[in-house]
Ligand binder design. Sequence first.
Ligand SMILES: Cc1cc2nc3c(=O)[nH]c(=O)nc-3n(C[C@H](O)[C@H](O)[C@H](O)COP(=O)(O)OP(=O)(O)OC[C@H]3O[C@@H](n4cnc5c(N)ncnc54)[C@H](O)[C@@H]3O)c2cc1C
Length: 411
Amino acid sequence: MDFSLGYTPEQEKFAVDVKEWLNNSVPKGLLTIRDPAKMSREQWQMRRDFVYKLGQKGWLYPGAPPEYSGGGLNADQCYVLSVELAERGLGLPPLYDVGVLAGPAILAAGTEEQKKRFLPPMFRGEVLTWQLFTEPEAGTDEANQQTNALRSPNENDYFIINGQKIFVGAFPSKPDQFFLLTRSDLQAPRHKNLAAFIVPANLPGIEVQPLDLFPPGTFYEACSPTVANSEGTKHSVFFDDVKVSEKCLIGGDHDGWKVVVAALDVEHSGNFVGVIGRNYTTEKFFAQVKNNPNIIKRIKDNPLLLDTLVDIYIDAQTERLFSIRNSWQSFNHIEAPYTGPQMALFSKNFGGRFIRDSLEVLGPYALTDDTKWQMDDGTFESVQRAGVCFASGGTPEALKINMARALGIGR
Ligand SMILES: Cc1cc2nc3c(=O)[nH]c(=O)nc-3n(C[C@H](O)[C@H](O)[C@H](O)COP(=O)(O)OP(=O)(O)OC[C@H]3O[C@@H](n4cnc5c(N)ncnc54)[C@H](O)[C@@H]3O)c2cc1C
């Protein structure tokens, strides 16, 4: 695989097709929104429509198997697609809630019948899927599920679900289904007492409530390529005697932990849909450093900032190399379970450093979204509000525990 940022001749050939399709398919008027707090419902709907078009083309999950409506693209083609989307200010997926964790889990643990039923609507962009793992008492300690899905005493092929999930979903979507982790056995030992389901979101007894106390705009990682696919607002979801068919159970009724670990491995690898990440936030940062007279002056006045700039550059390249390695491993079916959390941990810590260092370099310009003074549509101001995202996809401590387990150390 080529490590340079340019295209190989083969990639270039594919890029011609991608550019033409995107030029015709990205909705006119779709804005690159840096801050999810500023995304209108109209803009969200444009994005939703584009998700559908991508899905129908097979490019929403470009690396997934074509027999389930994935794109079947190779690593080079996925890379080209993600670069061309990012050139237009779009991430892949363009929305957070297209089922990026459910898809891989069903591929790994679903029956053939379930793959044929659940995957095509997801991969074709027809349904929105939220992942419902976290609970008030089950975050880092994910296995401590208190939401129960117990076999119905009257109908053995149904489960009755009761409990609460927290920090889930996205604004302003209305989910079609949930990828749900529950406890399925009150007696069985930890990790062997869980079950995972795909649950229709409109079943009686389900109630969704937004977590209004978390301000939109704080929910994304400081160094994500584009915040437009970030969540906006998170929710609580309550289950009150919700009756779910056994046909929605993914894996066995005591296999939930294995199913969810398959999904989390994908989340930690950062390789949701088979693409190589590229840190557009830092690229935009360096564009300011090179071209913005106000920032150039700041650096000339304080040459010690050069030290900070080089550190940011090295971190961004290191992150990219982790991403290339992880994509290469997944396309070549190479198992190295520590590498997903390794990259996630690096990115998270780098995001934290970037919040601090970009403020040092850009100074007050990084603290305003006043149109007169902001840079790049307020990108760097929203980076300053991104700290809360240390928890999403696992805290740094949780990722270290995952790495230690994968390496077989500490236990
Ligand atoms: C933006 C965002 C999006 C999210 N999206 C989703 C979603 O779509 N679906 C979903 O299910 N969840 C989601 N979450 C929830 C997320 O997965 C949890 O916040 C995360 O797992 C941490 O759990 P917690 O918040 O309960 O914190 P806790 O687990 O209570 O952790 C609190 C603190 O204690 C530390 N800690 C806890 N246990 C240990 C330990 N054993 N060793 C050392 N330190 C420890 C943690 O590192 C942390 O600093 C989201 C969260 C955020 C912020």
